[in-house]
Each structure stands twice: as structure tokens, then as C-alpha cells.
Write a protein that binds this ligand. Structure first.
Ligand code: UTP
Length: 413
């Protein structure tokens, strides 16, 4: 049987007849491309993901406990020195790599272009988010006499634009040979009936599968193998949109080494018990970022013996892993979460429909869902004013205005 017939059968099996109709309207090369795309889709997985959207979320009896952490500001002099020495050695020996997750769509910010190309209005002239990150890494390189390999995760949609931008700006003075881009994987979008959406380009509409895709994409792209060849032992993974992100914190690294853990994370204290952020805790014996919605109200307000929030360490996408941890996670499937969003599509008559209400499910995995594969995590409490200036929303909270203020305040010190 030929490939066209196989594809038709596959589409029929999964109730995607509207795509068969579309195939009939395409020219030969369009048809070939579409067939190729269809044959890469894991329809079984997609059906499962869609079916899950209809299931009631099971509220399981979870055992939640606090996770120990160390406060960077409260470390003894000896402790800090010991951590710093351990961390410094790893970076100086060229065993440290950094990954920037820049595959998001940045929908809330509404910037047309990859988020890293957003210019934060600081010090009159402004700085691009990628520029801020490059500066942070250049500073570390200078301090530790090395060049840290920098892996930038893009999406299929923004990959070319991201590379062009970095080329145009000469990588903001970073050693170009130490920068590597890799595009993250995607999953198709489906409507409320589980049907695939067709895009303007006459292909199935797909979107990045969330920042949890970082691990498997590192593997699939060959970056993980390359890191191993380079002798990398520790990998930092952070977001693109925190203007105060410290990507080479030797105290965090040294603490992870000292505590003999495979993963570590920098936290900041929750602004108040009801701030809508995920916090660290142990769930059923494993480290986890417990989402705001998963935490009973009473628990969110609970205080420890020092009068501090028992569950107050917020996750800020500032995570560190041994190379073995990345290897392990990259082979394990993460849970997918579904988000119901507005997505334009082409209808059966070839007309573009721009919905005014959410109409399709996007499936995403989250970077922190991998923590539960481990027994332990080292948490270092940083400081909001020093470590966290997120650029998420167009206005108000976590916006370019608040990030500018935090960034300038930090650098004016
Ligand atoms: P967010 O979840 O805040 O998403 O990403 P976003 O794309 O920046 O913004 P919204 O939600 O669409 O408004 C946190 C970090 O994870 C990356 C983002 O680029 C950011 O650094 N990310 C997110 C990816 O790399 N890939 C994804 O699929 C999603």
C-alpha cells in the first residue's frame, strides 16, 4: 500500500477526516509536506492527551511536607567559602554549561518576536533580554577564566529569527563558537472535538510543548551528547525573561556538590502567603513545585518555628542539574498539562477563522515536573531584589516597568 493510502487510513482511524479533505485540495508538493508532517505525529499520545482534558482532575490525598533550604544571606562565613570554592572549581575546570529556555511564545508580553529580542528600557539606551543574559555570562567568564558553553533553546517558529538577531548583534560580544541553538519539540493543537487544526500554511498547527520539553530536546538535538563530550558535569537551566537571573552562582553550585544531590534550585521568599507562585515542598516523599492551586489555603499560611512561611520558597526557574540528572530525565516522559487557548485556523472551506474565545487545547510539560524523579533537591534561598526581575506581562506586575526598576536598583547599588 502506498504512503498516501497509509496516511488516509491513519487519519480515518483517529477521526481526522477533515484533514483527508484538505489533502484533496493541495498541490503535489504541499501534499507531500503534509503527509510527512502527519506521519511524525504520535496520534495515540495525542488522543490520550485529548481524552485527559475531559477527565475530572482527581484530587488525590497527597502528603505534603516542607523542604529544607539554606538562606544564602545566613550562611556562615566558612560555609559560604566552602560552597564557593567547590562551585568555582567546577566552572574554572570548564565543567559547567548553561541552557537558556527561549522557546516560549511570550503571549502575555505581546512582543512581536522572540522574547529575548525584547528591549528593556534600562539606562536610557536600553538592553535586550539576550544582551542582559550575555553580560551575566561574560562577567562569569571573566571571573573564572573560562568560556561557559551557552545553549539556547528556541522553538521551530522563532529559531531563525533568534539566530539572525544574535548574528546581527554579534552575540553581544559572546564567543560565537561557544553558543549553540537547538529547537524544542512541538505537539499539535486540537479543538474541543479532538480534531487537528489546520494553519494558513496548509499544515497541521503545532506549538512548543512547554519548557519541560527542554530535557528531551537537549537529547534529541545532540546537545546532551556534545556536553558529555566536552566533559560538562553540571548544567544550569534558566528562563530568558528574568533580568536579574544569575546563571553561574558558585554558592548554589557548591551547595549542590556539598549536599551530594543531583538537582538544585535557587528560590526566593513568597511575597505573601497568597502570591500566585509555585513553591517547593515534598509531595509523597519527592521534591516538587507545588502550584498555588494545589496548596490548601491553611497550609499556604502555615508558619514554622521562626515565624516564616513553612511553604514560602518560590520557584524562579533557576535550576541546576548534574549531567546524569539531565540524561535520566531526558529519557522519562513528563506529565502534560493542557491549556485552553485562542488559536486561529483554516476551516473546511479554506477560510481563516480567528476565534474570539478559546477554542483549542495546547499541551505543555513543565520543567519542574521532573524534580519528582529524584529523592532530594538542594534549595538555596536568594533574594528577590538580587535574583528576580521577571518580564511576563505587558503592564502592572512582572512587567517591563517593574523589571527595569529592579534591574536599575540592583546595578546602582
Ligand atoms: P512562560 O511559561 O512564562 O511562557 O515561560 P512565555 O512563553 O515566556 O510567556 P506566556 O506564558 O506565553 O505569556 C517561562 C520560560 O520558559 C520558556 C520561556 O521562553 C521562558 O523562558 N518556555 C516556555 C520555553 O522555552 N518553551 C515553552 O514551550 C514554554
Amino acid at each position: 500500500m502506498d504512503k498516501v493510502q497509509d496516511t488516509i487510513n491513519l487519519l480515518k482511524m483517529y477521526n481526522q477526516e477533515h484533514v483527508i479533505k484538505l489533502m484533496g485540495k493541495l498541490n503535489e508538493s504541499q501534499k507531500r509536506e503534509l503527509i510527512e508532517q502527519i506521519n511524525k505525529i504520535d496520534f495515540h499520545q495525542l488522543k490520550e492527551l485529548y481524552d485527559n482534558t475531559k477527565k475530572e482532575i482527581e484530587i488525590k490525598e497527597n502528603k505534603i511536607e516542607p523542604l529544607p533550604y539554606l538562606d544564602k544571606k545566613k550562611l556562615s562565613k566558612e560555609q559560604k567559602e566552602e560552597f564557593d570554592k567547590l562551585g568555582k572549581e567546577v566552572i574554572e575546570n570548564g565543567q559547567y554549561a548553561v541552557v537558556t529556555m527561549a522557546g516560549g511564545q511570550g503571549t502575555r508580553l505581546g512582543h512581536s518576536g522572540p522574547k529575548g529580542t525584547f528591549k528593556l528600557d534600562v539606562y536610557g539606551k536600553g538592553k535586550y533580554l539576550f544582551e542582559i543574559l550575555a553580560e551575566n555570562l561574560k562577567e562569569a567568564n571573566q571571573k573564572y577564566g573560562t568560556v561557559i558553553p551557552w545553549y539556547i533553546m528556541t522553538s521551530k517558529q522563532n529559531n531563525d529569527e533568534t539566530i539572525e538577531f544574535m548574528e546581527k548583534h554579534n552575540y553581544f560580544g559572546y564567543d560565537k563558537n561557544s553558543v549553540r541553538f537547538f529547537a524544542q519539540s512541538e505537539l499539535p493543537l486540537v479543538d474541543t472535538e479532538g480534531k487537528l487544526l489546520i494553519g494558513k500554511d496548509m499544515k497541521i498547527k503545532e506549538a512548543s510543548d512547554g519548557n519541560g520539553g527542554t530535557y528531551s530536546s537537549l537529547r534529541a538535538s545532540g546537545c546532551l551528547a556534545e556536553m558529555k563530550e566536552r566533559g560538562i558535569k553540571w548544567v544550569f537551566i534558566g528562563g530568558v525573561d528574568n533580568a536579574l537571573l544569575k546563571m553561574a552562582d558558585i554558592t548554589l553550585l557548591g551547595m549542590a556538590i556539598k549536599q551530594n544531590v543531583q538537582i538544585a534550585s535557587k528560590s526566593i521568599v513568597k511575597a505573601n502567603p497568597h502570591e500566585r507562585v509555585g513553591v517547593f515542598g515534598k509531595m509523597n516523599g519527592h521534591p516538587k513545585v507545588i502550584e498555588y492551586s494545589e496548596m490548601p489555603e491553611k497550609m499556604a499560611e502555615e508558619l514554622d518555628e521562626n515565624g516564616e512561611l513553612k511553604y514560602g520558597e518560590a520557584h524562579i526557574m533557576c535550576n541546576l542539574y548534574t549531567i546524569e540528572a539531565i540524561e535520566k530525565i531526558s529519557k522519562e516522559p513528563l506529565i502534560y498539562h493542557s491549556a485552553f487557548k485562542k488559536n486561529s485556523y483554516i476551516d473546511e472551506n479554506g477560510k481563516e477563522i480567528i476565534p474570539s474565545e478559546p477554542n483549542a487545547f495546547k499541551f505543555e510539560s513543565f520543567i519542574f515536573d521532573a524534580f519528582e524523579f529524584f529523592d532530594d533537591i538542594a534549595i538555596l534561598r536568594g533574594k528577590r531584589e538580587e535574583d528576580f526581575a521577571p518580564v511576563k506581562n505587558r503592564t502592572e506586575e512582572d512587567s517591563p516597568r517593574t523589571a527595569k526598576e529592579l534591574y536599575e536598583k540592583f546595578w546602582n547599588r
